[in-house]
Write a protein that binds this ligand. Structure first.
Ligand code: BGC
Length: 433
């Protein structure tokens, strides 16, 4: 075989999120979080990459590469900066973004919540507050009505895992940065309910649009000692949200790496015992959820090739996850809504895309209903607690001048998008270096 051919009408895109690219998102919880004295965030987002004003050029660039899909998020904090006050100008702004995309022949895929919350929602407890799912539903309804019929794909919430586990269980540097099992469970429940209410609202307002959750996922490898902790983490970081996606029109798959958990054998019974004693869960759950960090699990094992994030370089992980989800939901459409690599060596990104797509192509050949591939990210941007120190972009951005420079990986993905084919030279990268 000299080339791999992808199905017609495949979505080929690049993704961004509002807070990471727009700049000046000063009504959001993250704006304060970035400034918290002694906080975990390396630097404030500030003007980001000024996408709020530069979106016409950024969209033209995306289209010129040959990509046919743009995934981006609308910012709740801009649209509803105080409770019940909806900013018509902001709704009009996002409508312009959508219309500009359409005019360029680009399909907009809109994420309704990508991590950030309006300051006033966060002040009430964010997703732990029982009011938040209802407030989210009201906001979603407004947005979906305002965007008209031009958006065929909606992601309700981006990676609830990162918000719940990142904010209430881990050292991922997400607000409010506490370790609290009760709040963690409340956040999970709130995010699940928020997703379901948003899904129902979208279905009601735009029955023809497809809506789904964008799910955090990792490929997993654990030895016997690590298995119980790995299963617990999979249950609460992934499966709880996959179950919540049962009625979704599609599931967004977001996978960057493999997480390994290798622990001494004795840890298996210890982990099970610790989790079985309910009154101890206040201590046991954070201990178990944190094991992977102590065992250097999210960080790659010492001898592996790593990205700027310290994650194992493993492009094929995305296909392992697509297979796992397709086995649970064989009849559901799947879209890779994020897959990417932080590196300054763009040849590594080209290889990441080629190997990831070759592995995804195998899953399609085996019958998965994979409908698209959206790369993270269109351009270098604000990488949350890591600030601007990670380069995920197909396009480089010089923040001093805001000049955009197209990297070879962008042209590489663009050519695949235009032709629907992955060439032989690229496939030979499959084996890696
Ligand atoms: C998020 C993005 C983030 C990316 C790389 C995903 O978890 O949705 O916002 O930039 O991963 O870390």
């Amino acid at each position: 075989m000299t080339e791999l051919i992808f199905p017609p009408n495949f979505l080929w895109g690049a993704a961004t999120s509002a807070h990471q690219v727009e700049g000046g998102n000063d009504s959001a919880d993250w704006w304060d979080w970035e400034r918290k004295a002694g906080g975990p965030v390396r630097e404030p987002s500030g003007t980001a990459v000024e996408h709020y004003s530069r979106y016409p050029d950024d969209l033209a660039l995306l289209a010129s590469l040959g990509l046919n899909t743009f995934r981006f998020s609308v910012e709740w904090a801009r649209i509803e900066p105080s409770e019940g006050t909806f900013a018509a100008a902001e709704l009009a702004h996002y409508r312009n973004v959508v219309e500009r995309a359409r005019a360029l022949g680009v399909t907009p895929m809109v994420t309704l919540n990508h991590f950030t919350l309006p300051r006033w929602v966060a002040a009430e407890g964010g997703w732990t507050s029982p009011r938040t799912p209802g407030l989210f539903e009201r906001y979603v309804r407004r947005v979906v009505e305002a965007l008209g019929d031009a958006v065929p794909w909606f992601c309700t919430i981006n990676e609830p895992t990162t918000v719940a586990t990142g904010g209430y269980m881990s050292g991922w540097g997400f607000p409010p940065g506490v370790v609290n099992v009760r709040a963690w469970r409340a956040a999970i429940a709130g995010l699940v309910e928020g997703h379901k209410r948003a899904l129902a609202a979208i279905h009601e307002v735009r029955p023809e649009a497809k809506a789904g959750l964008a799910v955090f996922s990792v490929e997993r490898a654990a030895n016997r000692g690590g298995r119980p902790a790995d299963e617990f983490s999979q249950r609460w970081n992934e499966d709880v949200y996959l179950e919540a996606a049962a009625d979704d029109d599609f599931i967004g798959v977001q996978t960057y790496t493999r997480q390994q958990l290798h622990l001494p054998r004795i840890m298996a019974p210890l982990t099970r015992a610790a989790l079985a004693v309910r009154p101890l869960e206040r201590f046991a759950v954070p201990w178990v959820m944190g094991l992977k960090d102590k065992a250097n699990g999210t960080q790659a094992p010492a001898d592996s090739r790593v990205t700027q994030m310290g994650w194992e370089y493993r492009p094929e992980s995305v296909a392992a996850v697509v297979r796992r989800i397709a086995a649970i939901y064989p009849d559901k459409d799947l879209v890779v809504t994020e897959h990417g690599v932080a590196t300054l060596d763009d040849a590594e990104r080209v290889e990441f895309i080629a190997r990831g797509l070759a592995a995804l192509h195998d899953t399609i050949a085996d019958g998965t209903r994979l409908r698209g591939y959206v790369h993270w990210s269109l351009m270098d941007n604000f990488e949350w607690a890591t600030g601007y120190q990670a380069n995920f972009g197909l396009v480089a951005v010089d923040r001093a001048t805001q000049e955009r420079t197209v990297r070879p990986s962008a042209r590489f993905l663009g050519e695949i998008a235009r032709t629907g084919r992955l060439r032989a030279e690229a496939i030979s990268m499959r084996s890696g270096r």
